[in-house]
Design a protein around this ligand. Structure first.
Ligand code: GLP
Length: 232
């Protein structure tokens, strides 16, 4: 197999594992461009990073995705989440998030993908949706997809709207890195905590690519680490 499975007791221990990995890569001068993710899974991870001494001032970041129509001032946007949990507490060389407010969304996707490819991701951090999506690559997204406008499924809208504040309605489209964008990273690290992620992890462990579970595209990559608290 091309992946490493790290089983931990709980999300805090999972965050410790990610921290160790990042620390080692930084110390060995192998981390210049870091792909970041959002979602509740990442909260203990970013807490661990902000409480640490790690210096990210030479690191450029690229986030996976953003809702269409939400600006950084909306508490429901991923830009807000990133400022709140990480960027307001640690200095980075440069941070990038797709602009969900762009007038021309197609153009914004092209611009983002080009910037990403120019920089070259060293590590991409990933969570997973209950339906097995990575970033906002919903079931059926092709392997050769790059940054694009994605339509969210009812399942994702249902799960993610639970976190929406201030009566803001969840957008049904988002800008997201594609499968090819994500797989272009040198190293992938996926975190999955809790029983709700069991179906996606089980599907991945079956060992073959199934476009209806986009997490399984990770089998097409040579350096994948999965950190989970599920006993599997
Ligand atoms: C969203 C994001 C994904 C993330 C998923 C899981 O759909 N686009 O990148 O992995 O949520 O979120 P959580 O960590 O809250 O379970």
């Amino acid at each position: 197999v091309n992946y490493k499975l790290i089983q931990v007791e709980n999300p805090e221990k999972g965050a410790d594992q990610f921290y160790q990995l990042i620390k080692e890569e930084l110390e060995n001068d192998r981390l210049h461009v870091l792909g970041l993710a959002t979602g509740s899974t990442m909260i203990p991870v970013y807490r661990k990073l902000t409480e640490s001494e790690l210096d990210f001032s030479t690191v450029t970041t690229f986030n996976l995705d953003e809702y269409v129509g939400l600006s950084a001032s909306s508490p429901n946007s991923y830009a807000y989440f990133m400022n709140d949990h990480l960027f307001s507490k640690k200095d980075f060389k440069e941070t990038n998030i797709p602009n969900g407010m762009a007038e021309d969304l197609e153009e914004e996707c092209k611009r983002y993908e080009a910037a990403l490819q120019q920089a070259g991701l060293d590590i991409q951090l990933l969570g997973v949706g209950e339906n097995g999506h990575i970033a906002f690559n919903e079931p059926g997204t092709p392997a050769d997809s790059v940054t694009h406008v994605a339509e969210l499924t009812d399942s994702t809208l249902g799960v993610n709207s639970q976190y929406f504040e201030n009566d803001e309605k969840i957008p049904n489209t988002a800008l997201t890195m594609g499968i090819a964008s994500i797989l272009s990273a040198k190293k992938l690290v996926l975190l999955a905590f809790g029983e709700k992620k069991r179906p996606a992890i089980t599907k991945f462990l079956e060992g073959k690519v199934d476009p209806n579970w986009t997490i399984t595209y990770l089998h097409d990559h040579q350096d994948v680490t999965i950190i989970t608290d599920l006993d599997i």
